[in-house]
Design a protein around this ligand. Structure first.
Ligand code: AMP
Ligand code: MG
Length: 395
């Protein structure tokens, strides 16, 4: 594969995103984790009426003096009559301000005796929250493509809609190829290793907002690979297959995909770890990622290429999380490929400082532990010097 032309990380990501067609939408109950497919528009003013910001008294004018207490406006139970001159209306936080109110005086600032209340001078409109002060009816409050988190859930609930329109959840199939793979909990025979990719990739897919509908181990056998891939393509929007995508005699993924009519958009990225990454599309538009078998490479390439696609399928931005940091120590460059180093971030005087978590071999899976970001160390000679600025992508 050395003779092949490798493409850049950015080019690979562009080619992936160019193939994404957002999924159909559906009405879903309000909850976090989905992506809005349509802007959320306020049907009502928020607050819906002029409301008191304090427990106290609604007063009819600016002056200090003694007023007769008449009536009460409680949250959910407005006072029936307008405020008359010479009177004050008892009022609770969040209650409707009676007609004729000049301001609300907090109870702490008043003195009550024999059905009267002594109030200080007050400014017009003091302690009144105006109708529509936060949101006006008809206003678009949350843009399409926004991920619904707790703040969005609360705002959407305050706008009164019980459901929202979201793209359906992307379905992901994960196939881990390799005769050597054994599931956790089973005995390891000589030469066998744990099938960690199936678990790590599934967790990454779920975190990206997808539902994992299939997670299977596949033997290094052409017929089985083809059969499992056919099944995966029929049941998912995105198929991630790990391993078997190189050119060894036991790498059957590419020939099997070709037999199934999946067309290649790239194979080989100028990236370490993750050079042999493959991407293609099925005749029905399904996205297929052939991820390298090495566990770090599989996770890093999922993050760089599959995760943005899963987000884009939901109508969200790809969520690259681009930022900058300074190298906290010299970082050895690879002459021919950009590296995506697993780094921990610390707060420096001048923004983030990035340091590798540990050894960066593509088999050192524990280098993913505690990683805050992938730091892009551009290809070239020598080291990136301590203190030099580099691009990072937050994990
Ligand atoms: P391959 O791309 O199939 O040549 O695999 C490259 C390396 O990754 C080999 O050392 C494999 O044993 C290892 N590997 C492949 N699949 C997995 C997996 N699912 N979990 C952990 N390691 C794997
Ligand atoms: Mg293999």
């Amino acid at each position: 594969m050395c003779a092949r032309e490798l493409i850049s990380i950015d080019e690979a990501r562009e080619r992936v995103l160019a193939e994404v067609r957002p999924l159909a939408t559906e009405h879903v109950p309000l909850s976090a984790g989905r992506v809005l497919a349509e802007p959320a528009v306020a049907y009502e003013d928020l607050p819906p009426f002029d409301a008191s910001a304090m427990d106290g008294f609604a007063v009819p004018g600016a002056d200090a003096g003694t007023l007769r207490i008449e009536g009460e406006s409680r949250a959910g139970a407005p006072s029936a009559r307008p405020l008359a001159d010479g009177t004050a209306c008892r009022i609770s936080t969040g209650a409707v301000v009676p007609e004729g109110t000049y301001a609300v005086v907090p109870v702490e600032a008043t003195e009550q005796r024999d059905g009267d209340v002594v109030v200080p001078a007050t400014d017009a409109g003091a302690n009144i929250r105006r109708a529509g002060e936060d949101v006006r009816a008809g206003e678009a409050v949350i843009a399409a493509g926004t991920e619904i988190g707790p703040a969005e859930v609360a705002v959407l609930a305050s706008l009164g809609a019980p459901t929202v329109v979201c793209a359906r959840i992307p379905l992901v199939a994960i196939l881990a190829t390799g005769d050597e793979l054994v599931e956790p909990g089973m005995d390891l025979a000589p030469g066998q290793i744990r099938n960690s990719n199936a678990y790590g990739l599934a967790a990454q897919a779920e975190r990206a907002g997808a539902r994992v509908v299939m997670r299977e181990r596949v033997a290094d056998d052409l017929a089985e690979t083809r059969e499992m891939l056919a099944h995966a393509l029929a049941s998912a929007d995105v198929v991630c297959v790990s391993g078997g995508v190189s050119v060894g005699p036991h790498d059957h993924v590419k020939p099997a995909l070709a037999e199934l009519g999946v067309s290649e958009h790239f194979w080989g990225v100028r990236l370490q770890p993750g050079k042999p990454t493959w991407f293609g599309t099925a005749p029905d538009g399904g996205l297929v990622f052939g991820l390298p078998g090495n566990p770090v490479s599989a996770m890093v390439t999922f993050h760089l290429f599959a995760r943005p696609a899963i987000r884009a399928l939901q109508g969200a931005d790809p969520g690259i999380g681009a930022a900058r940091a300074r190298a906290g120590e010299p970082l050895r460059r690879n002459r021919k490929r950009d590296q995506m180093m697993r780094v921990r971030l610390e707060q420096g005087d001048d923004g983030w400082v990035a340091r590798p978590t540990k050894a960066q071999g593509s088999h050192v899976l524990t280098s993913m532990l505690g990683a805050d970001a992938l730091a892009r160390v551009p290809q070239g000679e020598g080291d990136v010097a301590t203190g030099e600025r580099i691009d990072i992508e937050l994990l």
